[in-house]
Design a protein around this ligand. Sequence first.
Ligand code: KIV
Ligand code: ZN
Length: 550
Amino acid sequence: MNTQTQPDRIIIFDTTLRDGEQSPGATLNVDEKLMIARQLARLGVDVIEAGFAFASPGDFEAVQKIAQTVGIESGPVICSLARAIRQDIKAAAEALKPAAHARIHTFISTSDIHLQYQLKKSRGEVLAIAEDMVAYAKSFMPDVEFSPMDAGRSELEFLYQVLERAIAAGATTINIPDTVGYTTPSEFGDLIRGIRENVPNISNAVLSVHGHNDLGLAVANFLEAVKNGARQLECTINGIGERAGNAALEELVMALHVRRQYFNPYLGRSVGSEEPLTNIDTRQIYKTSRLVSNLTGMLIQPNKAIVGSNAFAHESGIHQDGVLKNKLTYEIMDAHSIGISDNHIVLGKHSGRNAFRTRLKELGFDLSEQELNRAFVRFKDLADKKKEISDWDLEAIVKDETQTQVTDGYRLERVQVSCGDHACPTATVTLRTPSGEELTDAAIGTGPVDAVYRAINRVVEVPNQLIEFSVQSVTAGIDAIGEVTIRLQYGERIFSGHAANTDIIVASAQAYTNALNRLYSVLQQQGQSQPERESSGMEKASDPSIATVH
Ligand code: KIV
Ligand code: ZN
């Protein structure tokens, strides 16, 4: 896909897998990154920033695999971030080799505060590095993006100079980051206009924006940037990312979609043009949002614009009355337009494999024969407990099945609890260790989940602290599937786990095992097959009593 050919269209550059993955606890493994990248391609993003290839062998592998499998001729541009350092750029180029359309995104700070305290370099040195490293990246591929980090706080004349040199050296996209989320919409718009008016060769590059949401202004800043000539938006699903996150893709896309008559003239179109402003298939938004939330463990606040559970709910009587008479009284967009289905009851106990396979296909799940078999077993099991199975249930079991399949971690075999108002909550768990051994242990706790986690801790022996535990139901009704999301902390790092089951104790045990497996695989990558044990045994282990329950 050539992002340079449609000047009146907004290019959507998704950085969920790079900046988004920098959110504390949002760490994803290679398979999960691939799953998200495939869904981003279905969503129709133009560019996927797949990672930071030089950062770690895991990041390199993820960029390479995404380049191989998603970076096909008709697919999106696959991009890797690289500091303006030779070894970073070389690693990015190497990892991107399999992609039909590849881009290196190189950056260096341009604000005085970063130059003085972080880089310890003069402006002259930064100017030379930017020029040299863009030229170096260009020696590997034609598509090169350059970002002057902390542009929002950089001195303008110096910024213009750096950009001019980067474009002269071959940058085809110039990205302006508001790294610390400091600017206001009119300031950001002025910054973009200033660049268009003062960088002599700016028309040789696509002007892009990247921004953080520290003051909650990222989306507003981007929309102002569009009005002033920005044609690429760097954003993430659900707005995840460093600190307060990035500009949210779904908010930008729907703002441009719902208000296209307002934005059309800024892109040289007639006000009434119905031509979409982006390539995004908006009906894939909800699904993508749920996938990213489940895999990263970053829950979506109910009142989040576009994808929050309350985004299309009308509570007050006056609103409900209006919507029943005519939807347009209180709704500016239709839930269907972002892919929220009516949650039809689709399947039941007597539905066969074919009906199951067909519905999953319709929902966009392309499962291998083996995955389908496993999912079908889960479906039958669910159908025994729950009379009617909806699309949302199907989505929950398929995603849960794909996330639970670990090849080299612990596997939860059995969990049993006994509890009640006159009983001491007691749990017995059986786990299969990575080496194939079956271990059983038991523990008591303040409640059934606490007891389960303590029992798992006795088997796994990975000291950690549970910092978040939440249960949400997938559908209404007493027999609904419960989705459990947990986050645990090990040292400075946070790991998340997610699982779904009609039995929330089983879902809790599975979510915890999933999170521990992520921690375990990081320890393995670091060459530590077992973590350092605290001398006091499991004292630092999870304590659900301090968990946040939403
Ligand atoms: O926020 C930022 O400045 C970045 C750059 C690397 C583009 O993420
Ligand atoms: Zn950023």
